[in-house]
Ligand binder design. Sequence first.
Ligand code: C2E
Ligand code: CA
Ligand code: CA
Length: 708
Amino acid sequence: MVSTSEDLVIACDSEGRITWANPAMRRFAGLSGVGRLPRAWAAHAGAVADGTVAGVAELLKRALAGERMINIEVSLESSTVGWRSLAASGQRLVRSDGAIRGAVLVCHDITSEKALETRLSLRGRHDPLTRLPHRDLFGDNLQILLGRVSGNQRAVAVLAINLDHFSHISSRLGKDAGERVLVQVGQRLNDTLRTHESGSGTLNIATRLGGDQFLVLYEDVADQAAAERAAGRIHAALRAPMKVEATTLSITAGIGIALTADPSKNPGALILEAQTAMRVAKRLGGDRHECFVPAMETQLQARIDNAEALNQALDRGEFRVVYQPKVSLLTDAVSGVEALLRWQHPVRGEIQPMDFIPLAEESGLIIPMGRWVMEQVCRDAAQWATALPGGLPLPIAVNVSARQFEPGLAETFNTIIEQCGIDPQTICLEVTESMLMLDAELAVATLRKLKALGTRISVDDFGTGFSSLAYLKRFPLDELKIDKSFVDGLGTDPDAIAIVAVVMGMAHALDLSVVAEGVETADQVTCLRNLGCDEAQGYHFARPMAADAITGLLAARPPVALGGHDASASVIMARLSSGKVLVVDDAPDVRGLARASLAAAGFEVREAGSGEEALALAPHFGPDCVVLDVILPGMSGLEVCRILRGDPAHDTTTIVMLTSAADPAEKVRAFSLRADDYMVKPFSPRDLVSRVTASIRRRAEMFATIAP
Ligand code: C2E
Ligand code: CA
Ligand code: CA
């Protein structure tokens, strides 16, 4: 992946205007943290005074003019890191119709190697760190081998190797350990040269280009399959356990293969082809090899074109946020929404996040984009600040990429939230499990800061990583989102049910609520409800929709069926209001607690201080449930129950008795009067809501089955 390599990569269009640069290049040019190139760069790259940029633009111009630059050494002064020695390779990019698209330049920083070389007077012969032959020697051998291929019809192969996650290894274990890894990798590569399957092998050579970039050259290669077998041996050699300090590592790499039997082939071009294939292997996730095919150049170019378009999309207002409702499985009411980004491309139409978020992450553009999403969300949130029953705000979940976790994130979010006057508790940030696994220290620190703002934190795609309970405890979390892949298996795959059950137990032990995502069928809903899942989200309920549609949904009280955008979802009776509850108790504090708990769960609540008052209110209010204290000042709760049950108008009304002290005789009496449930004070809000909800559902089912 371009962004994780230490290479500096930059591209220009056919006019020599800089159109794209990877984060390493931006850092080099003193633009760290900036998501996009400043306009000045794009407009007059060659003309600006900044020495770094001018130097780079000069190299690009040479590449654009058709010069093939392979690891030429240049010195450039960076405003951030001072003078550096670079090995630069450039290439002109030509479209299939022959038109010139622009040029791309890749530079390795070789400063430290150069300094050491000079000190040891080893210049030109060996890489001082790995002791591998210097890349000049590699170039010489390649030249000689290309001269020989015509006679024997066998090919020359160049393999470009880039280690996976190397920057992560060295930031975790320290620079010294990182260097020891490179030394061992060098040794192992050297060893694999000797085991090559054919030819004399005397000119086979491995070299390091700088950082974690290596090249291997094989002579006398029979065909592509033979070259791939060589790559396979390299994978195996690297993967063998490597002891570095107290840790044992298994190294993987992305490998690109280019081979030729054409003696007129330019050696530099062959190396660039191997590197292009290597980039593709890295982009496909690393730990694999790819053989160069010309289409790869077009692919990489298409990616650069896309990155360009994405760069401008923000300014041009091509993004919008849609919202997908989340539903409470306790009450069937809408309990929140998740904000999801969409890109309205002027030519290609609507583009889904899968097709541009990875690109935005790679280029760093996700940082300003994420800021924009948060601004948009907060504006919409202000509009929904009292949208839920009881005047409560609608909770909104916002996705945050690992790449956004950089210093200043919490401060930025805080400013936006404050400016919009949003209660931070309304916002729930979704971070992926893989991100917590990747860099736990950074994740803990950033999450603590975000948590301190008051926002909630959710773990997205849960179950796809391998977090343990102990591991999760380190993070300040509020919610787990079970990945769709497990939800898919519910009802068919016994393993999926077991896994979800375990997750549910784990989450509740940690006092986290659980949301299931990607719920598509009623069977899955039943299964999730039985497993104790708190909330669900998926096409079964509703697809993501525009903010206006959400506003409409929230305004359409009482009960609305969700999923107007999708016929298959119209069967769903997910409702905004969970129903009406009449709370009857003479103690105002008990009534207040009951009202708050039930209102928060979406119920419309009325209170009565006595049985007489309750009986007067009931016919007008038409409650779905009456929560009835047993001991009341005048008429007792049991008496009220008897009267309500005698009135056919209240057949479907659920009655939950509430008592101060459990008394078996009283309980028997309550049930014989056909109360639906009997609860003992004190109660927790969660308890009350779940008993009331379950009672209403049971009674509704009872009437559904006996109805003609
Ligand atoms: P995610 O966070 O896992 O979001 C859920 C994805 O599943 C959404 O796709 C949603 O439309 C889709 N989905 C929901 N219910 C169902 C269902 O029943 N069946 C199926 N097949 N799919 C369902 P979407 O909108 O394409 O988003 C994809 C991913 O892009 C998100 O996955 C999230 O990781 C990322 N993303 C989206 N918006 C943003 C954003 O603003 N910032 C960041 N950093 N990432 C975002
Ligand atoms: Ca999400
Ligand atoms: Ca997810």
